[in-house]
Design a protein around this ligand. Structure first.
Ligand code: ZN
Length: 177
């Protein structure tokens, strides 16, 4: 009997990494995209545009703003991979464009349908870049202190993510208990 695929972005991110046998940091996001059959293209875009994803002749194409910081590009690529894994129908129907810094979007019960998709893609991206098991390992029983600048910096470097993305992830973990 086939295992039912979970809709949980966290679980889907873990499954994605496991299926591609990725076990080391920093998570090679371009390799993940490639492993899923997608192409990643960097081009200079307007500052407000982070990236986009669409399917052309059956091949998913991820566009990334070449002018953004590499950490932000990694998050953008992961966010678009999230759409590919979670929302294939949406990106098959039309080009999906992401503006602004998606991590800033908070979960909200009142979120519209479109926002729900973005929140899900962000959760997927967070989990892909900072898998729970790796975070736990990195913290190795140490308590999470979001105000400890130095260790946050070191941790962000290890995962090659922005401080902002790491703080967001840590807050989520704290909320989960
Ligand atoms: Zn998006």
């Amino acid at each position: 009997m086939a295992r039912k695929q979970s809709d949980d972005p966290e679980a889907r991110a873990e499954e994605t990494l496991a299926s591609l046998n990725i076990r080391s940091l920093p998570i090679p996001v371009e390799k993940v995209a490639k492993g899923l059959g997608a192409q990643v293209r960097f081009s200079p875009l307007d500052e407000e545009l982070s990236g986009m994803i669409f399917i052309k002749d059956g091949v998913p194409i991820i566009g990334v703003n070449a002018l953004h910081h590499p950490n932000r590009q990694r998050f953008t690529i992961s966010h678009e991979i999230g759409h590919l894994v979670l929302h294939k129908d949406m990106i098959t129907a039309e080009v999906h464009v992401d503006k602004g810094f998606p991590i800033l979007m908070r979960d909200a019960i009142s979120a519209t349908g479109t926002q729900q998709l973005e929140i899900a893609a962000n959760r997927f991206a967070s989990a892909l870049l900072m898998p729970m098991s790796f975070l736990k390992q990195a913290l190795a029983g140490k308590s999470i202190d979001i105000d400890d600048e130095k260790s946050l910096e070191a941790l962000a470097k290890k995962f090659r993510v922005s401080r902002q993305a790491l703080e967001y992830r840590m807050r989520k973990l704290t909320e989960l208990g």
